[in-house]
Write a protein that binds this ligand. Structure first.
Ligand SMILES: Cc1ncc(COP(=O)(O)O)c(C=O)c1O
Length: 388
């Protein structure tokens, strides 16, 4: 049997990882500024994480959600404390798409409505409702097409107000990434998030904060939406939650009541997933990784802004994007093959940095040095061209 070929692949095989570094099968070391797509929150193979999962696996890895799993309660308590949302309730699942699917569905159960407001350049996942709320028609199959999703321009306050006025008593939820990831690192403005809060409250609609990529401390605050000083009704989370172990969840404001069987899952919240998620939170807390993300992120942005060829350096904490001009379009490839540094991309010509929240200054400096070398090499080529 062969693999179903859905990913364009770099021909690199990673066999070992530690902190912000990975190694290939020939022993070549790489700096990981991509965090395996924003997943590696506390660093690869963190000893506390490895130990907690190993210990748990030796006791019990899985039993069904038909029994009490005290680790889930421990996780809810810890998550409530670190996120500052202690009165919310936790539902555990397995992936970002599933978290958003459950959030959109729960909103509809709550207010009995069907319409969803989503935004241009959004990405919310590949399951039926999540993909319908994703602004990329190429990944929406005919069976996922629906008139229930209204796409509005990102950060357009007038369009949002107009949409609520036009669809009175029909809007079930508004779903928004605090910082769009796949869309190219676009920050929702403080006033836009505040307006969403206000309009959702006035219209009994549910404010869903997709924090799958921008959450879990990556922005320097636990949820990037926290920068606006408002609470969403549901936060969805995945990627950084398990540092690579597939675990996801939604936290739900107390006004939304649970009913038996309204949501459910076989694997979600299993013993092993909870152990992984608890280990992540313990390391985030003990090693002050949110503060580190803010500090190293600010340093990276300040230094990147000094390179005039890089345009529109943006983001928060360790979720950073910048535009590269046409003449530097190979920058990402060159960083990988000349300097052995993984970065992320968002088309067209946007580089995304999503490293571990434990990234050190010297790792950031290694990256900056490589970018500067590539920019200088390009400038030299330009001079040679003129001279010839
Ligand atoms: C903002 C956002 N939401 C949802 C998802 C979907 O997550 P998953 O791939 O775990 O289903 C992603 C994945 O990139 C994402 O960036």
């Amino acid at each position: 049997m062969k693999l179903f070929d859905v990913y364009p692949l770099n021909s690199i095989t990673i066999t070992k990882a530690k902190g912000s570094y990975v190694w290939d099968n020939e022993g070549q070391q790489y700096l990981d500024m991509y965090g395996g797509h924003a997943v590696i929150s506390i660093g690869h193979t963190h000893p506390h994480y490895v130990q907690r999962i190993t210990d748990q696996l030796n006791k019990i890895g899985f039993y069904s959600n038909s029994i009490k799993i005290p680790l889930q309660e421990e996780l809810a308590k810890k998550l409530g404390k670190i996120s500052g949302k202690e009165d919310y309730h936790l539902f555990l699942c397995n992936s970002g798409a599933e978290a958003n699917e459950n959030a959109l569905k729960l909103a509809s159960f709550y207010n009995g409505r069907k319409k969803i407001i989503a935004f241009k350049k959004s990405f919310h996942g590949r399951t039926s409702l999540a993909v319908a709320a994703t602004d990329n028609p190429t990944i929406v199959a005919p069976v996922n097409e629906t008139d229930n999703v209204i796409f509005l321009p990102f950060n357009d306050e007038a369009a949002l107000q107009e949409c609520f006025a036009k669809n009175e008593n029909e809007i079930s939820s508004v779903i928004i990434e605090g910082i769009q990831g796949v869309g190219g690192i676009n920050e929702a403005s403080v006033s836009f998030l505040q307006l969403i809060r206000k309009l959702c409250t006035e219209n009994v609609a549910v404010f869903i904060a997709d924090s799958v990529q921008c959450g879990y401390g990556r922005s320097g605050k636990f949820f990037s939406h926290d920068y606006a000083g408002v609470n969403a009704d549901i936060y969805t989370m995945a990627k950084g939650m398990g540092n690579g172990f597939p675990v996801a969840g939604i936290i739900i404001a107390p006004k939304i009541q649970a009913k038996h069987f309204m949501l459910g899952t076989t694997f979600g919240g299993n013993h092993l997933a909870c152990a992984a998620a608890l280990a992540v939170l313990e390391v985030i807390e003990n090693e002050k990784l949110m503060e580190n993300a803010q500090q190293i992120g600010n340093y990276l942005q300040t230094e990147l802004k000094k390179i005039p060829q890089l345009k529109n350096v943006r983001g928060k904490g360790l979720m950073i994007g910048f535009d590269v001009p046409e003449e530097l379009k190979d920058l990402r490839k060159n960083l990988l093959f000349n300097h052995h540094i993984f970065t992320g991309e968002a088309k067209p010509n946007v580089i995304r940095l999503l490293p571990s929240l434990s990234l050190r200054k010297k790792d950031a400096d290694q990256f900056l040095e490589a970018v500067n070398e590539e920019v200088e090499a390009l400038a030299l080529k330009g001079i040679e061209k003129i001279n010839n």
